[in-house]
Design a binder for this molecule. Structure first.
Ligand SMILES: [Mg+2]
Length: 363
């Protein structure tokens, strides 16, 4: 059987209002940009992806990089792994990170999606795994709000899918304020539930040492990204003074960063982001690295494709459930009893709502 060839591409950027604004240590966001990439094969099958490049003003330049990279693969027989290697070689001249990496990831995810659709199997099965559910936490709130707001939200977030795991954002002005926030959320949780926390890189190294030691007896499931992501050696130093699991990785740009962090023993666990790590191909390599170093791997955003990948990640731990994308989808993924259910559809099986796209399209 001949492999179908890649024939055309369609890219659409959307700036979608968030149901609840993000109020984090890195700023406030009321909308969230998405770039949707659709690849059509010569047999009519369409593979798609979405990426979230954070800054809406950069959707246009990223679209142009995606278009330019696509020329490498146009009219070629579909071969996602081989395409990734060709793309990464090209990025040697641009830098294997940043918007060049995001653009290659947008293509890579869409190529894999098309490939699994050709096979007519869910992506996890196409990759050699089995269909099933994935342990998840609700990440959709608990920003830097007041303790009263947090208690109310925690109760709502638990109810969204019978979740027993939530993530709170920390990094307020004082340790005491962070402790009060934790107490408010805990008041709505069972004693055995997992409470994760994220500092969004806001602390300096010295403050982080003080703050994390003050929180180390709180029984938090992990401390996420307390200091800037590129301080790999400081992460290693911080880790040596803590008993709570230290995790980062959403800002790893490709496997080079993942490798460096593991070599430097920067953290106890890693959490790659599907876009920044280089799509499905970049994830698979990172999952192999995590296995080699025996480190738990959790996901960041992109819960649909990430869930399929967690099914073939030997050290898979928590899936981040952050459903900002749902209004764009005809049939969003669902949660049951704190676990994400992977639907039995060909590939990732995301179909975009054209009316919503038109309404919020970036012109
Ligand atoms: Mg984070």
């Amino acid at each position: 059987m001949n492999q179908p060839r890649v024939s055309s591409i369609n890219i659409i950027s959307v700036d979608l209002p968030l149901r609840q604004p993000i109020v984090s240590a890195v700023g406030r966001y009321d909308k969230w940009p998405f770039i949707i990439t659709e690849i059509t094969l010569d047999n009519g099958i369409v593979g798609n992806s979405y990426i979230c490049p954070y800054l809406v003003n950069f959707t246009d330049p990223i679209e142009r990089v995606i278009q330019e990279l696509f020329k490498l693969f146009e009219n070629q027989p579909l071969a996602p792994s081989a395409f990734y290697e060709i793309g990464m070689n090209k990025l040697s001249l641009l830098g294997r990170s940043g918007i060049a990496m995001y653009s290659l990831a947008a293509l890579d995810i869409a190529f894999w999606d098309a490939s699994a659709k050709v096979a007519d199997r869910p992506l996890c099965e196409h990759l050699g795994g089995t269909l099933g559910d994935v342990k998840a936490y609700n990440s959709g709130g608990l920003w830097l709000h007041t303790p009263e707001q947090l208690a109310q939200e925690a109760s709502e977030l638990r109810g969204e899918g019978n979740f027993s795991s939530l993530k709170i954002r920390l990094g307020r002005k004082t340790l005491d304020q962070d402790l009060k926030a934790i107490e408010a959320v805990r008041s709505q949780m069972n004693p055995d539930d997992d409470l994760l926390c994220d500092f969004n890189q806001v602390l300096g190294f010295t403050e982080a040492r003080r703050r994390l030691q003050g929180l180390d007896d709180q029984g938090l499931y992990w401390f996420e990204e307390p200091i800037p992501y590129h301080e790999f050696r400081n992460y290693n130093e911080l880790r040596q003074h803590l008993s709570t699991t230290l995790i980062f990785g959403e800002n790893f740009h490709g496997i080079d960063h993942a490798t460096l962090s593991l070599e430097l023993k920067s953290s106890d666990a890693i959490m790659p982001d599907l876009m920044r790590i280089g799509g499905v191909s970049g994830w698979l390599k990172t999952a192999a690295l995590a296995e080699a170093y025996r480190k738990p791997l959790s996901s960041h955003l992109y819960h649909e494709a990430s869930a399929h990948l967690m099914r073939v990640t030997p050290t898979a731990d928590y899936l981040e459930w952050m459903n900002w994308v749902d209004p764009l989808l005809i049939e969003p993924y669902r949660i049951k009893d704190g676990r994400l259910i992977i639907p039995e559809r060909p590939s990732v099986g995301l179909e975009f709502n054209r009316n919503v796209i038109e309404k919020y399209r970036v012109r």
